[in-house]
Each structure stands twice: as structure tokens, then as C-alpha cells.
Design a protein around this ligand. Sequence first.
Ligand SMILES: Cc1ncc(COP(=O)(O)O)c(C=O)c1O
Length: 380
Amino acid sequence: MGRGKEVNNITTFLEQKLEFRKHANAFRKLTINEGLIDFCSNDYLGFASSADLRELISSKEKAQAPQPTGSTGSRLISGNNTIAEQLETDLALFHSAESALLFNSGYDANIGLFSSLAQRGDTIITDELAHASIIDGARLSNGTRYSFRHNDLKSLEAKIKVSKGNIYIAVESIYSMDGDEAPLKALVELAEQYGAALIVDEAHATGIYGPHGSGLITHYDLEKRIFARVITFGKALGCHGAAVVGSSLLRNYLINFARSFIYSTAAPSHSHLSVSMAYQLLQKEDFQTKIHEKIQFFKKESAAIAKRFIPSNSPIQSFLIPGNNEAKQMALLLKEHRFDIRPILSPTVQEGKERLRICLHTFNSVQDIKQLLSLLIKTA
Ligand SMILES: Cc1ncc(COP(=O)(O)O)c(C=O)c1O
């Protein structure tokens, strides 16, 4: 009898939480939007459906012995193989680091990294706009957590001054929701001044900046002054998975202490081969010039409504429309014109900072960009 009552309580709790979301106009649901013009995915270079990449992957697969469908276990048990290790060696070289360690996703990489690093008495300081995976990793650690005002070095320094133990500072080189850049050089200097370890999530900079898209850290020649970088394969590389790049010491530490690495089945070789081929493709053409030309074109054409955008030189251009309902309505209107653009609502972003997150791609046509902007200009 008691058990039935508990289940009823749980059902009521779940229903109430969802009702609350609906009231706040923030109810999330899965949708399938086929046949629309993609201005929302993170596939900035079009790699996810690139025929060239598909061809590279299938040639590579044909050229070697058939690979098992599954990896069969964690890397520490039965899931390790030469393909994974070769990819790590290549990644380290490409990103100018001593070593790399694969994770099954960027979420896993951040969770494993931050939760294992900070011990009781240590401190993790995150930019207030840091990705949920960084926050969750920090929460799972035993360290004290602080956040500082977005891209504000004074605010960061104030937090450093009250920090204890080993200090880890977490930023993104390009912020996923605002698309703006972290002041990386100044951050490196501040971290060095206080002996703190700077960790940079390059999820949205990989493929877009630096030599052949190796990221903003290599673009600024800062690789030797950064404690660790998180690279993800699910965005510009059009694949799935991630790596932490840094010292060999850090790699060994993560193999021993990062729980999302230790206690999870490794990705299959097919996945690692795909990533490896995506890196090959990245080095074949100058994709960076292509994407930056599109970004500059978009910025020039949107000059009349520039104030409505969060300043950004990246493929992520956020058009502010305060209010969950307002942002949703605008996305629906654009969908009627076949544009796939997602509203980003509170609580994902701060209330009042609701927006359309417009993602630019090398494959977006000049005509589509012009039509999209004319619709935004009409309503602005
Ligand atoms: C900055 C940042 N870090 C990490 C992640 C997580 O990466 P993944 O999608 O590979 O789990 C994302 C993606 O949403 C991101 O934007």
C-alpha cells in the first residue's frame, strides 16, 4: 500500500515539473525537421553529409581488415586497439600537444576532466556562460566552485584571490550560445600570474580557427601555456566524440581517474576511423577561408540590425528576442519560410536573453542568407 502512494507522489511530481515548464513556455520536445534549410546545426563545414568524407571513410575501410561492430568494452579492458591509439597520436600532432585521450563525447570529456582534477580544498572557477558539461563536471568534483562574469578578467581575478588549493580556470574559446571569443591571451597571463591551470573548451573553435582548423589556441600560439584543451568531433568535424589534449602526465592521470573514461564502453573503430578521415579532409582544403567569408558576408548584410546581435565573428550569430514566447513565434515564422533556426529559451539562457541561435555553414547560399536577413530586418 505504502509503495502505491510513493509511486503516486512521484507521478504527481513529474507531472507538476512538466506543467511548470509548459507554463514558462519552455517545454522541450523532440521534433524531426526534414527538408528545411539548415541554419541551426553545428555542422559548420558541412562534413556530416560530405560525399568527400564518406568516400574517404569507405576507401579506408575497404583498405583494411573488417573491424568489429562494437569495441566490446572500456579502453582499459577489451576496448583498446591500434586505431584508437593511432588517432590519439595524430590528434596530439595536429593540435600541437604532447598527447591526446579520446572520450565518447564532449560531455563525457568535460565530466571526466573536471570531476577528476579538483580535490577537496581545490577550486574550479568557470566563466558564467560555460557549457553545462563543464558545470556538471565541476559539480561532480570535490572542489569548491566559483563562476566569474562572462569574459570579465577583473571578476575572474577577484575569484582567484579568494580561491584555495590548486586552481582550475575553465573557459570556452568560442562560447556555444553567444558565439563570442574568450580573451585568451589575457586569460593565459592571469592564470600564469596566480599559478592557476587554464582549461579551454575548443568545441566551437575546432575546424574554424588556427592552422587547418586546429583551434584558437594554436592560432594564438598558446598551446604550451594551456593546461588542457577539450576538442569535440561532433561539430565542425561532422562526426561524434571528443578528446582532451595536454601533457602525457595529464593523459595518464585521466586514464587512472576520469570515471567517464574508465567506466564506459569505448566508441567503435568505425567511429574513430571516421574522425581520422575528417581530420584528413580538414587538411585537404582551406575550409577556414570559406566559413569566414560566409560569416563576413552575413555580418555585412545584417549591419542594419547589428544591435540585435550578440557581437561575434564566429559561425554562431545570436539574434536577441527577449521572451520565450516571442523567440518561439519568430522561429515558427522562419520555419514557414523553410528556415531551420532554433529559439534558445530560458532557462538554457538567462531570462531576457532569449534568442535565435543562427549557425552559419559553408553550404549556406548567399540567396538564403539574404532572404533570412530580410525576414529578420522586417520584424526588427
Ligand atoms: C562548449 C561545448 N562543450 C562541450 C559540448 C559537448 O560536446 P558533445 O556534444 O560532443 O557531447 C558542447 C556541445 O554541446 C559544447 O558546446
